[in-house]
Design a protein. Sequence first.
Length: 286
Amino acid sequence: MVVNQRADLHTHTLASDGTNSPSAVVRLAKEAGLAAVAITDHDTIDGWDEALAEGERLGIEVVPGVELSTVMNGRDVHILGYWCNAADQQWQQRLQSQQGFRGKRNVMMIEKLQQLGIDVTLDEVITIARKSGKQADSAEQIGRPHLAEALVVRGVVSNTREAFDRYLGENGLAYCNPPRPLPFDAVDWIRAAGGVSVIAHPGLYGDDDMVEEIVRHGAQGIEAFHSDHDADQELKYAAMAEKHGLLVTGGSDFHGEKRGVVFHGPLGHRSVDVTVLERMKLLITR
């Protein structure tokens, strides 16, 4: 196997809403010939220890990361954080608060589905999450992909992509967006925990003025290369990052595969040269 000196800096595991264990994601990265992979689960760092241990065993660099969920101008906005201090108590408390917001939204979306005549229940979704290998006991521990799978099992939709398009995506009938922290807060939290902040997939927001505002607040990088960006967007956001002297990062946003559908792209589908990691490490503040 030839290692290509590339790093995929955006992946998800069973610790949030991915379909593979943290160690399995690291193994897949190794098999893909990557030199490094970041574990960036939604609002949790629970997969770090397992992934780091597997990376050490296989000789592939694992970057500990997280993807914080925030809201601005009525839209979901995600901020990636890398190398935050896991032992920082304030950081731990903030992550716990994020799980509370996530759980509230899951309950609201289930209630909205019920109002639409789709009698899906929280217990049903938790059971589906457990069957996928995830340890789930509450609304905080499930994600929209698990809700999507419940709709497929019930025959409401034919696949998870349709579930997002019709019900769970930002324009879906059951979509909910309760108040959550601003992206500015996420940037501040990551800085306070000694980490490096990057604006995730800016092309999905349709609001470059907002992206620039987050940059001015102190974000340290922009994820220009992403599975849901087209070539023009990748060039545009790379140029925006370079204009501001920021990191240009990229990743697949790999969530795994369900019923033959890959969300958002295969592992390694988008990546950056590993030299970006050296620049990132210079920004760590502890």
